[in-house]
Design a protein around this ligand. Structure first.
Ligand code: FAD
Length: 506
């Protein structure tokens, strides 16, 4: 029986996944809204409640939750452009999804990024201004005004010294929640001439029926498996696993993109001043609940180098190419004050080091998520295909070189650091390193910063109202719907997408 007294099979809405988007959506849907009655909502999540776990509220220790029981700890397939390495991809299964272990950085991106969303969806509600009215609720607080270029404040999603988890930011009161429950598929039935979502099947075989609609919010890596197992997808991919096709959708799981980053650890010349986390002088409580960093640098890569790179990838490039249109933010850089990095050997956070992080934020490489088998328990095959394009490599080279210039060639950099601390297989970089040398470093060390998106994209897999094309009563609301990358950390956009989606649902 649910908290509002309805029986387990009489939910108006079932939401699969209680991550950032799913939590916000469920909360708003279950509240009485103007002109709309309150509706029974069932949330189903693979993981458990975790907001009260002692490690979760504080950032530095929350980073260590990667690879814990709260993380599926996915890995990509061996990556052709990263020397055959597999890349770790965090996939949080706790209630609250990514917000449980994320860094809490809060950026909106460039308004131009969202113009691509408008073009792909044919609907201005997905423009920067279209999403802005949904930026008022409690968790929105960004200073970014749609033109992120330059040095900006690193706004964090936190309250006082605690990180904000989605299921804390939004009230879960009155919502039925099934935790530790894996959904295997959405049940699709033929009714007259329509395919209709009538419920969801759990991995244990039980079925929950739905009266109005199912919303899949399982995240960009896990929404595709749920849809494919629901017999929605490209015929060939489904047939490979003996899954009959009910709905053709050739782009599901096909346009994955992600933000990749390269980190470097820099040894401080004067650690006694307390510039690094772990130093005895480091006692600023403010940094406990958020990412220990103060600013983000967003830069545009010059057309002179980027245009030929895009032309090489795209067999010629027009002057109105969106990435050449005005000063777009192609790369982001920030300095963090701890030296912690779970993916590769790094100095301990003892106050002696800081780290630089360089991200390519408008990647053109596209990738895929495929089923490993028909079993919902199996981890999907993630081919992140990172740095497959010359444009992505070019942007990363330019930005990494700039970081070497800042630290190694300027008086301020030399005053601040002694040099880079690195593992012995790496070759030292400098501002005069060749493209091959920089590429080698990228191959050896590039990692995901955990922003996968685009696997059930607006305009391709879902209509502008986020309903799956070809099915009645089935929507997607999570990072899968991004039709193109945004030069931002995705959380701010995701909360706004969820808030806007509530308005689209009767
Ligand atoms: C370590 C880390 C740091 C990050 N830092 C930042 C940052 O600083 N700023 C920022 O903006 N973004 C950050 N992100 C990214 C951000 O957290 C994600 O983009 C965001 O969580 C995606 O939200 P979502 O709603 O699409 O899905 P998620 O939040 O991933 O939620 C999906 C939910 O669905 C559930 N689920 C999945 N499959 C099933 C199934 N079959 N049945 C039932 N439940 C299922 C999962 O348990 C999960 O709770 C970070 C992510 C990570 C992992």
């Amino acid at each position: 029986m649910s908290p509002d007294g309805t029986s387990s099979n009489s939910y108006d809405y079932i939401i699969v996944g209680t991550g950032i988007a799913g939590s916000a959506l469920a909360s708003r849907l279950s509240q009485r809204r103007p002109r709309r009655p309150r509706r029974p909502v069932l949330l189903i999540n693979a993981g458990e409640e975790s907001k009260d776990k002692p490690l979760v509220p504080q950032l530095l220790v929350a980073l260590m939750l990667r690879g814990s029981e709260l993380d599926w700890e996915y890995e990509s397939t061996p990556q052709k452009h990263l020397g055959g390495r597999k890349v770790y991809e965090a996939a949080v299964k706790a209630l609250g999804g990514g917000s449980v272990i994320d860094y809490g950085l809060w950026t909106r991106g460039d308004r131009e990024d969202y113009e691509t969303w408008v073009k792909k969806s044919g609907d201005s509600k997905w423009s920067y201004d279209g999403l802005l009215p949904y930026s008022e609720p409690q968790v929105w607080a960004s200073a970014s005004g749609g033109t992120p270029l330059g040095v900006g404040d690193a706004i964090k999603c936190r309250s006082k010294v605690e990180r904000i988890i989605a299921t804390n930011a939004y009230s879960m009161k009155g919502i039925s929640i099934q935790t530790n429950t894996l959904v295997s598929r959405v049940v699709i039935e033929q009714q007259d001439d329509k395919k209709v979502a009538t419920g969801v099947e759990l991995a244990n075989g039980k079925i929950n029926n739905v009266q109005r609609e199912v919303v899949v919010s399982a995240g960009a890596l896990q929404t595709p498996p749920v849809l494919l197992l629901s017999c929605i997808g490209p015929r060939g991919d489904l047939a490979r696993h003996g899954i009959p096709q009910k709905v053709e959708s050739s782009k599901i799981a096909q346009s994955l993109f992600n933000h990749m980053n390269v980190k470097q650890f820099w040894k401080l010349r004067n650690p006694e001043i307390g510039a690094g986390v772990g130093s005895e002088k480091w006692d600023d409580l403010e940094y406990k609940g958020a990412n220990p960093q103060d600013f983000i640098v967003c830069q545009s890569i010059s057309k002179t180098g980027l245009e030929p790179a895009l032309a090489a990838d795209e067999d010629g490039v027009r002057d109105d190419h969106p990435f050449l249109n005005g000063l777009r933010c192609h790369v982001e850089t920030f300095i963090q004050y701890p030296a912690v990095n779970k993916e590769s050997p790094a100095p301990r956070p003892d106050g002696t080091h800081i780290q630089s992080v360089v991200l390519t934020v408008l990647p053109t490489s596209r990738a895929s998520v495929r089923l490993k088998s028909w079993s919902p328990e199996d981890i999907p095959l993630i081919d992140s295909n990172s740095y497959a394009t010359e444009a992505d490599s070019h942007n990363m080279r330019k930005n990494l070189t700039k970081v070497q210039q800042v630290f190694l060639d300027t008086a301020a950099g030399q005053q601040m650091i002694v040099g880079e601390t690195m593992t012995k297989e790496l070759m030292a970089l400098s501002s005069t390193s060749t493209d091959d040398e920089v590429d080698r470093r990228v191959q050896q060390t590039a990692q995901s910063i955990f922003h996968p998106a685009g696997t059930a994209a607006l305009g391709y897999v879902v209509h502008a109202d986020l309903k799956i094309i070809g099915v009645k009563g089935l929507r997607v609301c999570d990072a899968s719907i991004f039709p193109a990358p945004v030069a931002a950390h995705p959380m701010a956009a995701l909360y706004a997408i969820a808030e806007q989606t509530v308005e689209l649902i009767d």
